[in-house]
Design a protein around this ligand. Structure first.
Ligand SMILES: [Zn+2]
Ligand SMILES: [Zn+2]
Length: 228
């Protein structure tokens, strides 16, 4: 006698309502905070754990229903703890501070030999300059801490503690500066290409035109600017 379980196992196992809801909450958290995992009962939980049934969806729902995460930042209506209300060292709420870890939320401009990096959503400003070592970027943060970053990471305590789930603010700033420099390089290349084309317009010489079924075939020679 075929059972319901067997039928389900023949196709993809459908997620329960609770699983779908839990996955949605984790995904939403990821979208807003840039971290794909949520700390629940001292354990990092991501959407995949819920999909595979390794973590009970009810536990995730209960966690978000409490409105506060174990690692200190809230969900829709965060209630900052007293000691983290504005007036702390950086003047930011935990929710605002979390936005510092998102590299896409910075505006970068060149300033002298270095860069000035401003957050687009919360009041926080950083500066950065190249370090002595290869690939080093020295970042001075909104709280005046200065740390050396490399492509491997940052030397600050926050990075040590949290790098498996998110960037520290210095690394986020580093990525923002890297993106800015890459865009500058691309822009420079586009300008150089455009001016090369103006100086040496590409030339084409038609060699032959022959009839072919349904149309014709054009053979041509293309001349590129010298050096390009
Ligand atoms: Zn988080
Ligand atoms: Zn750091």
């Amino acid at each position: 006698m075929p059972s319901v379980t067997q039928t389900a196992q023949n196709g993809p196992v459908p997620y329960t309502q609770a699983q779908k809801q839990a996955i949605r909450l984790i995904t939403d958290h990821q979208f807003r905070f840039g971290s794909s995992a949520v700390k629940i009962n001292h354990q990092w939980v991501n959407a995949e754990h819920v999909r595979r049934g390794e973590v009970d969806a009810a536990v995730v729902l209960a966690h978000f229903a409490n409105g506060q995460q174990a690692n200190g930042h809230g969900t829709d209506a965060p209630k900052p703890s007293k000691k983290e209300r504005p007036g702390s060292r950086d003047g930011l709420t935990p929710e605002q501070r979390h936005q510092l870890y998102n590299a896409r939320l910075y505006r970068v401009q060149k300033e002298g030999e270095g860069w000035l990096i401003e957050h687009t959503e919360v009041p926080a400003q950083f500066t950065a300059c190249r370090g002595d070592g290869h690939g080093e970027l020295v970042v001075t943060s909104n709280t005046n801490g200065t740390y050396v970053t490399t492509s491997e990471g940052c030397h600050c305590p926050d990075f040590e503690k949290h790098h498996e789930e998110r960037d520290c603010k210095h690394m986020a700033v580093r990525r923002a500066v890297e993106a800015f420099c890459a865009e500058q390089r691309a822009e420079k290349e586009r300008r150089e290409q455009a001016s090369a084309i103006r100086e040496f317009p590409p030339a084409v010489k038609v060699v032959s035109i022959t009839d072919a079924p349904g149309g014709y075939v054009v053979t041509y020679q293309q001349f590129f600017p010298a050096g390009g």
